[in-house]
Design a protein around this ligand. Structure first.
Ligand code: FAD
Length: 530
């Protein structure tokens, strides 16, 4: 069974004021990019500290469409190398992280009156398959397509395609990277914001000023290099290198429906009739998720992004157009989620035309990495650390062929006895710590929460070992039941309290406050839109 590292064991109590003050690298931002830089830096043998101002994955990295994909849109834009890199990362993650990154089939109907032609789609998908070095797509005629997708619009349907990509639980992927880094000696703190980056007389980075956002206490932490992995916040700490380029926050929103309304275990991907953008509906943890939009995001980045009525109308218009026979109504929606893409651009083209490539820039020890995708986190991290290396000469990057994620030698007996799907899920999500989820729980908690595939046992595990500071950390990011259950799981909050209370030092007043705060937050940012 895996060891709980000092980095994680101490997490519940640790704060910036009671850790070492000197580090090789400080990483700012606890989304996928920061978590990947953290994990890779620890693998280089560097003394690494990660600081996140809110919760791990609170930003975009818990709000994505959860696809681990090559990105067919890049192919359309002629960006072959980028697609190739993404496809390779996808294949790598599928083999390293079964149970967290799993194959997901796509069905894409093709119409003669709009969207790409059968020929164009066929050529694109052949290239896509070639990149994966395996045929991963198949073409179908209109009758077959209609039979495969219940409720599909058949007018002008000229056929369609099946192809393979993959799906991940984004927030758990972030946690998996943080576990890996912390298990090898890194320290990661949530609710710790970096307010300032200090420099020496020559202008080189020397320290950061961090503030514990719960207590207000500050600490000066020293490092010769700081990696700014703050996504959409990146240019607040470090202006982009070229004039005119800035971070353009673009909001993408999703609507979540009960899985019973969408009788498919595949994605239906289609072209929205209003603007020709790709949109999809996909199965996720027993629900069906419809997304996404792509609009400029004006509100304060430190507030939870929220779907607007206009975005919901747009998504429902697309769904009604493509799957009229399913009759999914807006009233059936159980939750929503919106995220902000950290896109770098000049802001002169429509949102969906902005490049999604990542960018790294450096100035005297401050390395900034932003843009990019969830799928290519390892490449972003390696690029950022390559720029950081001149300030930390003793670190050596691991070989490209070395796996990032460790697999436990053996699981506990109780875990071995579990259902195969459960074992796979736990191994993917918790790696070397998977055994503990089951081992440290009473048998009755090794059962699922409602119709979701989340085990009750995952909640006390997270409360105990995963630096849960607020109930929303637990319900929305350590496990995702706040998005999967109607009302954000309001009905089960008393049970959550009873099984997690032994591991959180909250008295009953604190539990009442946390439940109130979580419920308000859910209604404000995750409820179905009006
Ligand atoms: C709607 C949508 C769908 C997407 N779908 C996909 C997909 O299917 N597949 C895919 O590969 N990619 C997808 N993406 C892209 C992907 O989600 C993002 O590129 C990725 O999550 C960005 O991660 P990040 O770590 O750079 O940023 P974030 O996850 O936002 O992390 C940055 C963190 O920095 C913290 N921070 C900011 N300032 C400070 C400070 N001063 N001190 C400390 N911490 C700070 C923030 O709180 C935040 O948590 C999608 C994006 C969106 C919006």
């Amino acid at each position: 069974m895996g060891n709980i590292s000092a980095g994680l064991r101490k997490q519940g109590a640790a704060a910036a004021t009671d850790i070492d003050s000197t580090w090789d690298v400080v990483v700012i931002g606890g989304g996928i990019t920061g978590a990947a830089v953290f994990c890779e830096a620890v693998r280089m043998g560097l003394k690494t500290l990660l600081l996140e101002q809110k919760d791990f994955a609170w930003g975009t990295s818990s709000r994505s469409s959860k696809m681990v994909h090559g990105g067919l849109r890049y192919l359309k834009q002629g960006k072959f190398m980028l697609t190739l890199a993404s496809v390779r990362e996808r294949q790598r993650l599928l083999s390293e992280l079964p149970g967290l990154v799993d194959p997901l089939g796509f069905l894409m109907p093709v119409y003669s009156d709009h969207g790409p032609s059968r020929l164009a789609m066929g050529v694109g998908l052949s290239l896509y398959s070639l990149m994966a070095m395996e045929k991963q797509h198949k073409g179908y005629g209109p009758k077959q397509m209609a039979a495969m997708v219940p409720g599909l619009r058949t007018k002008k349907l000229s056929g369609g395609f099946y192809f393979k990509d993959a799906q991940v639980d984004d927030a758990r992927l972030v946690m998996r990277l943080i576990h890996e880094g912390a298990d090898s000696g890194g320290v990661a703190l949530n609710y710790t914001r970096v307010d300032d980056i200090g420099r020496d007389r020559r202008g080189r980075v020397a320290a950061v000023t961090a503030i514990d956002t719960d207590t207000g206490k500050t600490a000066e932490l020293y490092a010769p290099v700081v990696v700014n992995a703050t996504g959409a916040w990146a240019d607040k700490l470090h202006p982009p290198p070229a004039r005119g380029i800035h971070v353009r926050p673009l909001r993408g929103s999703h609507l979540i429906f009960p899985g019973s309304l969408f009788p498919l275990d595949r994605v239906v991907s289609f072209i929205h009739p209003a603007d020709g953008r790709p949109v999809f509906i996909f199965p996720w943890e027993g629900t069906a998720v419809l997304g996404t939009t792509d609009v400029d995001h004006e509100p304060d980045l430190n507030m939870e992004p929220v779907i607007t009525g206009g975005e919901a109308d747009y998504l429902m218009e697309g769904l009604d157009f493509i799957l009229p026979g399913l009759g999914i109504s807006r009233e059936a929606c159980i939750a929503s989620i919106a995220g902000v893409r950290p896109v770098l651009g000049k802001g002169k083209v429509p949102a969906s035309k902005e490049s999604r490539e990542h960018m790294v820039w450096e100035q005297k020890g401050l390395v900034t990495v932003t843009g990019g995708k969830l799928t290519t986190f390892r490449l972003l991290a390696r690029d950022a650390l390559a720029k950081a290396r001149r300030y930390i000469p003793h670190g050596r990057p691991p070989l490209d062929s070395e796996p990032v994620f460790r697999v436990p030698d053996r699981m506990s007996e109780k875990t071995e006895e579990s259902d195969l799907g459960v074992k796979r899920r736990l191994l993917g999500r918790y790696g070397a710590l998977a055994g503990r989820v089951v081992e440290e729980s009473p048998r009755e908690l090794v059962s699922t929460v409602g119709d979701t595939s989340t085990l009750w046992a995952e909640l006390p595990f997270a409360a105990r070992y995963e630096q849960v500071k607020h109930l929303s950390d637990l319900m929305l990011r350590r496990v995702r039941i706040g998005l999967l259950l109607p009302g954000g799981g309001e009905d089960i909050l008393d049970k959550v309290e009873s099984i997690c209370a032994p591991f959180l030092s909250w008295d009953s007043d604190r539990w009442s406050d946390e439940k109130k705060r979580y419920t308000e937050e859910w209604h404000r940012a995750y409820a179905p839109p009006d």
